[in-house]
Design a protein around this ligand. Structure first.
Ligand code: SF4
Length: 354
């Protein structure tokens, strides 16, 4: 049986069930590189160019991990667009080339172009091309792909119950994960799935919030139509798929009364995040908002302190209803304009990170 490796980074968090099912239906054994750990991070940092964002560096580490696992093939798709009129970030597009140019001990690479921006025709041909590594039976390839899509939808459905994509994949594979049933805060947590749902990259952000008594609402748990409807209120269409998802989820969650606050996890060195994070921060005027920017140097203690401070602030807002919620920092505290004008100016109290 031929062994195909899928790195547990980047697209894994959105499309693993699809491709695992596809390859297995064609008779291959699928091997993934396992959860990110410090060794994978260090290997990735050493191999990738400094200008890469943190998730891309980690992806390099996962590919190196797979190189030690006796594979026949490694699957490195080139994601350009996964839906009409929208695109994935340029670093995603260049990852297969960067890896082939940097790492010399790769198994045979299965590369495919995923570009659904204008038509499905090229993609359909690419699926057959990938299937041909294992069979010449076009019908079997089509069946395997449609089965993969169905399994992906099943996994996406699990996310609707509040699970991250990583947790949904574990459940889809037969694991057992229970979400905490006791909480007194509800926090929207946004970011790119490959950083937010990777426990090492995010420094376990989601679990930490849950252990602090929070129910975590993720973009994957929000209704897709509501996200798109909220994103469509932007004056200009956000053409990055993940960026639009995050903007739409932020605007949608900001309208939900039960949501106490919103956190955005950004990656240092990420071009889209530098705009999307800022855009969200400017748009969320009615809820406390905190942006956390991470990279390979981020300290865990600092992250925990900020989360605790944010949760403390949310609880004070909720239980000490008579407080003005004025920021303890900045010009507005000393502004002669006073509270009413300050509020009328639309300045929001988002300052757990100040
Ligand atoms: S969107 Fe940002 S974090 Fe994601 S691959 Fe691109 S640069 Fe990296």
């Amino acid at each position: 049986m031929q062994r195909v490796g899928i790195p547990q980074g980047l697209f894994y968090h959105y499309y693993y069930p699809l491709w695992k099912t596809f390859f297995e239906d064609l008779g291959a054994e699928v091997v993934n590189s396992g959860p990110t750990n410090r060794e994978i991070v260090e290997k990735g940092i050493a191999a990738a160019v400094d200008e890469s964002c943190f998730p891309v560096k980690v992806y390099f580490g996962h590919v190196q991990q797979l190189c030690t696992m006796g594979l026949d093939y490694i699957f490195l798709p080139r994601l350009v667009s996964v839906e009409p009129r929208s695109y994935i970030c340029p670093k995603f597009m260049g990852v297969p080339d960067m890896i082939k140019a940097t790492l010399s001990d790769l198994p045979a690479v299965i590369d495919m172009l995923v570009d659904l921006s204008k038509t499905n025709k090229v993609f359909d041909r690419e699926v057959v091309k990938v299937g041909n590594y294992f069979t010449r039976d076009r019908m079997a390839i089509q069946r395997a792909y449609h089965h993969g899509i169905a399994e992906q939808k099943n996994c996406n459905q699990i996310c609707q119950s509040g699970y991250s994509t990583t947790e949904a994949i574990a459940l889809w594979e037969g694991g057992q994960i229970d979400l905490p049933s006791r909480y007194d805060l509800q926090i929207g947590v946004l970011g790119h799935g490959y950083s937010l749902y990777d426990q090492t990259i995010s420094m376990n952000l989601i679990q930490r919030l849950r252990s602090m008594g929070c129910k975590v609402i993720l973009p994957e748990g929000c209704d897709h139509i509501k996200i798109e409807t909220a994103a469509a209120t932007m004056p200009k269409r956000v053409f990055w798929t993940l960026g639009r998802k995050n903007v739409g989820a932020a605007l949608h969650l900001a309208q939900q009364e039960q949501i106490d606050g919103i956190i955005y996890l950004a990656c240092f060195g990420c071009g889209p995040d530098s705009m999307i994070g800022d855009l969200i921060e400017r748009k969320i005027k009615n809820k406390p908002f905190m942006m956390i920017t991470i990279d390979e140097h981020t300290g865990e203690a600092g992250m925990i302190t900020r989360l605790e401070a944010f949760c403390d602030m949310l609880r004070r807002r909720r239980y000490a209803g008579s407080e003005s919620n004025l920021s303890a920092h900045g010009e507005y505290v000393y502004s002669p304009a006073g509270v009413n004008e300050w509020s009328a100016a639309g300045i929001h109290n988002s300052s757990a990170d100040q």
